[in-house]
Design a protein around this ligand. Structure first.
Ligand SMILES: Cc1cc2nc3c(=O)[nH]c(=O)nc-3n(C[C@H](O)[C@H](O)[C@H](O)COP(=O)(O)O)c2cc1C
Length: 375
């Protein structure tokens, strides 16, 4: 992108975050790595590392990698949930996984032909995830690195607002209802991401259209960023019309060379239509939108649904065996309904540029041609 061909499309969010375009990379655990976050920041948006399953040392390494790739602002996203099974480490959490769940995981693996070595106790070994004790340690790393923006979902980052502000950082809270948004705004969170039901990953019940429209009004003047179902300039323009100051996009960036998911998963997303996702508790214990699979349907019908975050350990363990066997059809692939509009691989820089170019074209040319105004 030459300087001259760069379009201007700014909102107050750009000034607040010191970025060129109001486009934020969703902090997707596993997918939003240093390469992807750096590419989005370099393209003029805000890249956000998804840190949920990173140990403090891994997060430290990821931030160092990003800083070698860009000197532009960036962020880190993790989760801060309440109402969960508490534990400091993943190994501590394994104690809460009941034997029936371990037995069911073996049974389902056998029935679907997933090659798990005999005697493996899925959940009691293997897999990865997040434990409540991880978030404070991740935040320490974020402070040490003077990360400009911190985002948290599945719980409020309000507890860290005073300290983050004292350090000159901005704090983003992800919400799925108007009430949650009001609480975040009252606690002084700088930016609210309103994520609609159609979005990939953990998701609530309210669709993006009503949520963004209602939250933007409810928390003004706190800036609201729209999430869920936005992959292009058309979605960006719609979000701005609903009152948002920018967009937070996950699925849009999954089919980029930089994204940290497997190539076969990217191909599955490209091939998927808007009807191919499902909201389920099987993957993490909380409602999460993924590409639908036989494994998910089967587990939902007959398997135990454990409380968050225990299922993550079991599903990521199964995912490892699925991966080794290249059994793509049963992969756990979080993804939004708008995957129907993701039809090709593109570098992240191109995703940002296309989004901006299309939004500007719609506002400058298409609307005046299609919409007649006047008296
Ligand atoms: C693969 C994937 C992983 C995700 N992981 C996280 C996460 O770790 N933390 C988080 O705050 N949101 C996560 N999300 C949700 C996103 O932040 C975002 O709200 C969502 O992708 C927006 O909808 P869209 O996919 O239609 O763009 C994830 C989404 C996807 C698709």
């Amino acid at each position: 992108m030459s300087r001259q061909s760069r379009k201007i499309l700014r909102t107050s969010l750009c000034d607040l975050l010191d970025i060129e375009y109001p486009i934020l990379l969703a902090g997707m655990g596993g997918a939003a790595n240093a390469e992807l976050a750096a590419a989005v920041s370099e393209a003029g948006g805000l890249g956000i590392i998804g840190a949920i399953n990173l140990t403090p040392d891994e997060l430290d390494a990821e931030i160092r990698k990003l800083k070698k790739l860009t000197s532009k602002p960036f962020g880190v996203d993790t989760i801060a949930p309440t109402n969960i099974v508490d534990g400091n480490t993943i190994d501590e959490l394994r104690n809460y996984i009941p034997d029936e769940a371990v037995a069911y995981a073996s049974k389902v693996a056998q029935e679907l032909g997933i090659p798990v070595p005999p005697g493996t106790r899925i959940g009691k070994e293997g897999g990865t995830g997040w434990a409540a004790g991880m978030t404070p340690k991740q935040i320490e790393v974020v402070y040490e690195h003077k990360v400009p923006v911190f985002a948290a979902a599945l719980g409020s980052p309000a507890f860290m607002v005073p300290e983050a502000h004292a350090r000159g950082m901005k704090v983003i809270g992800l919400i799925g209802t108007v009430n949650q948004a009001r609480k975040e705004a009252e606690a002084g969170v700088d930016i609210i991401v309103a994520q609609g039901h159609e979005g990939g990953g953990h998701t609530g019940h309210v669709g993006t259209f009503p949520l963004v429209r209602l939250v933007s009004q409810a928390v003004a003047p706190t800036p609201v960023v729209a999430a869920g179902g936005i992959v292009d300039g058309r979605g960006l323009v719609a979000a701005l019309a609903l009152g948002a100051s920018g967009v937070w996009c996950g699925t849009a960036f999954l089919c980029t060379p930089e994204a940290g998911i497997e190539e076969v998963a990217k191909a599955k997303i490209i091939a998927a239509s808007e009807r191919d996702t499902r909201v389920t508790r099987v993957f993490t214990g909380k409602t999460c939108r993924l590409l639908n699979t036989k494994l998910i349907e089967k587990w939902e019908k007959e398997g135990p649904i454990l409380p968050f975050p225990l299922p993550i350990i079991m599903s990521t363990s199964l995912q490892d065996y699925l991966g080794k066997a290249k059994m793509v059809d049963n992969y756990f692939i979080p993804c939004g309904q708008i995957c129907g509009a993701v039809t090709e691989m593109k570098p992240a820089k191109q995703v940002v540029k296309d989004m901006v170019d299309e939004a500007v074209r719609i506002l400058e040319e298409e609307f005046p041609a299609r919409i007649k105004l006047g008296r």
